[in-house]
Design a protein around this ligand. Structure first.
Ligand code: CAA
Length: 294
């Protein structure tokens, strides 16, 4: 709440007294906050000491994911991916909504022929090519494509009143950005089937219990905790963090035998990195490791 309030004030040109927003200011001063002042229409981007933050910013539509908005997310993700000072990325919305999903109004005149010819929603998959860790900080609704976007991230932190769901069935549709696949892999067939075929929402607490969300926090703390987690990831060697992410993700694609083979090969390859030498030497000599990211 503090973060969104401060942002809304600063967008209106209102100066925020330091004492009133101590938590947010603590976050800013602790983490070398930097506004990236981009030309985006539907998102905001900024960085907090090695963590790139993308805030979905279409509040009037519950952050509905229009095509343009998703192109902006992809652009911001690529910029952070190519920025060597950034080690992790957080995606968030506001307190009412992470996102209510694909922009339904934009789909009103969609036809099969057009969606097939243009491979509609294909560009939503670009987040899966990002090698740096991506964390979703979810408050409010994460519905349809919003739930799918959160599930495309590597870790989900949720506020205690967050509501998740795949309600596409109520629109005469099914999830189209991985909802039936990712939900099923994480929470199992019976629960996924029940939720996708009914369109019912589920709570942050259920999502945590089922392993979809890794932690639940009070609403006002989710973003800070997500940024802190990103900073923890960003404090390690970037190539090693990326290798760890790639190896965990391979568990979704490969058999156990293939996955363990893949993991072992990456593990072996990491001995060629200076950072692997540094990490072991630092441990042996009881000192802090200094990562050079090579
Ligand atoms: N697309 C476009 N506009 C949306 C939207 C969406 N997904 N969700 C909300 N809005 C708009 C509403 O049309 C409304 O606009 P107006 O003020 O211009 O009428 C505004 O946001 C406020 O919405 P409500 O009046 O409905 O607010 P509410 O508090 O009563 O309900 C809500 C909030 C529960 C999020 C409800 O808006 C809702 O159910 N939204 C749709 C959720 C949904 O079905 N998502 C799936 C989309 S399809 C998809 O995502 C496919 C896929 O797999 C990729």
């Amino acid at each position: 709440m503090l973060v969104s309030l401060v942002r809304s004030f600063s967008r209106q040109g209102i100066r925020v007294p330091v004492s009133r927003f101590s938590t947010y200011n603590a976050l800013r001063s602790n983490s070398d906050y930097k506004s990236d002042a981009p030309n985006y229409e539907h998102i905001l981007t900024e960085s907090h000491d090695k963590v790139g933050l993308i805030t979905l910013n279409r509040p009037k539509t519950f952050n509905a994911l229009s095509s343009d908005l998703f192109h902006e997310i992809n652009d911001a993700l690529k910029k952070f991916e190519n920025d060597s000072s950034i080690g992790a990325i957080v995606i968030t919305g506001n307190e009412r909504a992470f996102s209510a999903g694909a922009d339904i109004k934009e789909m009103l005149n969609q036809t099969f022929a057009n969606s097939y010819k243009t491979n509609f929603l294909f560009h939503w998959g670009e987040i899966n090519n990002i090698k740096k860790p991506v964390i979703a900080a979810v408050n409010g609704f994460a519905l349809g494509g919003g739930c799918e976007l959160a599930m495309s991230c590597d870790v989900i932190y949720a506020g205690e009143t967050a509501k998740f769901g795949q309600p596409e069935i109520k629109l005469g549709l099914i999830p189209g950005a991985g909802g039936t696949q990712r939900l099923t892999r994480v929470i199992g067939k019976s629960k996924a089937m029940e939720l996708v075929l009914s369109g019912r929402t589920f709570t942050a607490q259920e999502a945590e219990q089922w392993g979809l969300v890794s932690k639940v926090f009070p609403v006002g703390e989710v973003l800070e905790k997500a940024i802190e987690l990103g900073q923890e990831f960003a404090g390690f060697s970037q190539p090693v963090i990326q290798a760890a992410k790639e190896s965990v993700n391979s568990a979704y694609e490969l058999s156990l035998r293939e996955g363990c083979h893949f993991e072992r090969r990456i593990f072996q390859a990491l001995f060629s990195l200076n950072d692997a030498k540094e990490g072991k030497d630092a441990f042996a000599n009881k000192r802090e490791a200094k990562w050079t990211h090579d």
